[in-house]
Design a protein around this ligand. Structure first.
Ligand SMILES: Cc1ncc(COP(=O)(O)O)c(C=O)c1O
Length: 437
């Protein structure tokens, strides 16, 4: 076999060139066009540095919750180093101490009969499994999801998402239906004896964090029960303390049949996802317990880390800190909104799950760029680009809030100017839309 010779240089431009040639030419072109010049280098807590050391960003996106505990959390890293003396991925066929103990911890932290957990690697994989189980249990084929909701890009998860992620790949199935969020009448109309599952994010992040209306989730659960449909709550972004409670659904007095978790379960270190199911659903695997497997899902070394993540995130003192921080942000963001009220229209907030409502669909992408120029990593909501997602790491310090607010203020001022320029230049930012989730 002939291996291509590579320039051993570690320079930033070289990495960008290699990315262009071997990872994604489109992404490199995109970042060049909008002068977002960054290759991730050193990272620590809420900060990530450019590899040339010239720029650093305060992470207010946290990868949707992956970095809830910050980058390279010391406790997690020390645990990983210690446990690598003993564990590896393990064997997914055999019973395992870390996996069993993690599943027990999960059951302890979940309400009702959510007693069983099947671990995977990604959120999409966990959503796929949730829908598979719903279909297997109900013997029905159809799934209802939310217009503008997002569950990942794998087989069934992508089917439950929006057409723009499906149509390029000719993925269209009559087994998937979508209804508007917070619209209980649409749910009433669509549910019948053919619907296996209703899946939604407790607070839909990619749709810009609209908050569930009073009783929406509770009513939805009642309707599902009446129709023999299972309720799947995707807590990939909302779970693990993000909203000030361990699980976001705890705010809404509802217990789903299935909960999907991922992102933050990894501690930012080892990929892990979970499909937590009501005890009754485990019967799906009684005939053949090997009918679903995941070679690297529930890796033993990952289970050790995830158990520590659960212990940290469920600690009442940790949740109290999240709630205190969220109060401080509420006050500060309200002041900022007053100051920039023509551009910054409103705040959506549940704990540290926040969305900043901006002027129009161009404002989110423009603000994302202005925030980057002012040392903040902030990303607009891909399915409603008038909102930017505001997800600080849960471990950030109170004393860091002043810096964040000061930079937000500067970014608002820059974004307003840029927004005017966009208008004048006839939508030069149109291709900005479609950036991230
Ligand atoms: C709410 C939600 N569900 C599922 C997923 C899919 O997770 P993954 O990218 O790990 O497959 C995501 C990813 O952004 C998400 O935000």
């Amino acid at each position: 076999m002939i291996f291509k010779k590579k320039d051993p240089s570690e320079g930033k431009q070289n990495i960008i060139e290699l990315t262009h040639q071997h990872v994604s030419s489109g992404k490199v072109g995109f970042y060049e066009k909008y002068k977002i010049d960054m290759v991730m280098g050193r990272r620590e807590g809420p900060w990530l540095h450019d590899m040339d050391g010239k720029k650093k960003l305060f992470n207010l996106h946290s990868n949707g919750g992956v970095f809830n505990l910050g980058h390279r959390n010391k406790e997690i890293i020390n645990l990983l180093i210690e446990q690598l003396n003993y564990y590896d991925i393990g064997n997914h066929h055999l019973p395992s101490k870390p996996r069993a103990e993690l599943a027990q911890k999960m059951a302890e932290l979940m309400p009702g009969n959510l007693d069983y957990t099947i671990f995977g690697v990604s959120g999409g994989e966990a959503v796929d499994l949730a829908i598979k189980i719903a279909r297997g249990y109900t013997k029905r084929k159809k799934t209802v999801s939310i217009k503008g909701g997002y569950h990942g890009h794998t087989g069934l998860a992508v089917q439950a998402g929006d057409a723009k992620y499906r149509s390029p790949f000719l993925l269209q199935s009559d087994d998937f239906l979508q209804i508007p969020f917070n619209d209980i009448n649409s749910l009433k109309e669509v549910l019948n004896e053919n619907i296996a599952a209703f899946i939604l994010e407790t607070i839909p992040a990619t749709l810009g964090m609209p908050m569930p209306a009073n009783n929406y989730l509770k009513e939805a659960k009642k309707l599902c029960e009446k129709n023999g449909t299972l309720l799947i709550l995707d807590e990939v972004q909302t779970g693990l303390g993000r909203t000030g409670k361990l699980w976001a659904f705890e705010h809404y007095d509802v217990i789903p049949d299935i909960v999907v978790l991922a992102k933050g379960l990894s501690g930012g270190i080892y990929p892990m996802s979970a499909t937590v199911i009501d005890k009754k659903l485990e019967t799906v695997f009684h005939d053949d317990p090997f009918v679903h497997i995941s070679t690297s899902g529930g890796a033993e070394i990952g289970c050790v880390i995830t158990k520590r993540v659960l212990e940290i995130s469920s600690n009442p003192a940790f949740l109290e800190r999240v709630n205190n921080l969220s109060k401080i942000f509420k006050t500060e963001l309200e002041k900022l909104q007053l100051k920039h009220h023509k551009f910054f229209k409103g705040i959506r907030q549940k704990g540290l799950m926040m969305g900043l409502e901006l002027k129009d669909e161009w404002a989110g992408p423009v603000f994302t760029k202005a925030a980057f120029d002012n040392d903040l990593l902030i990303v607009y909501a891909n399915n409603d680009s008038s909102v930017v997602q505001f997800l600080p790491p849960l471990i950030m310090q109170e004393k860091e809030v002043a810096f964040v607010v000061q930079q937000l203020d500067k970014a608002m001022r820059q974004a307003k100017k840029l927004h005017m320029a966009v208008k004048l230049k006839d939508n030069i930012y149109s291709t900005f839309i479609g950036f991230v989730h």
